[in-house]
Design a protein around this ligand. Structure first.
Ligand code: SF4
Ligand code: SF4
Length: 58
């Protein structure tokens, strides 16, 4: 599974960054991005996003 952030939907609130247990999410300008090398696919970030910008490919 690969979690990803849609940069068009992301409003850069940072909520996902704060819940990620492995700090896989960082700021990329005004948006956030997920480092796939660090992500353990726990899904915590997707549950936090207020605009539904985080999706997962199964
Ligand atoms: S799925 Fe989990 S590990 Fe991956 S970026 Fe989101 S919170 Fe972090
Ligand atoms: S929680 Fe959603 S809107 Fe907020 S920074 Fe993360 S991806 Fe962007």
């Amino acid at each position: 599974m690969a979690y990803k952030i849609d940069p068009v939907k992301c409003i850069g609130c940072g909520s996902c960054m704060h819940v990620c247990p492995v700090m896989a999410i960082s700021k990329d300008g005004a948006k956030c991005k997920i480092d796939p090398a660090k992500c353990i696919s726990c899904g915590a970030c997707a549950g936090q996003c207020p605009v539904g910008a985080i999706s997962v490919d199964m």
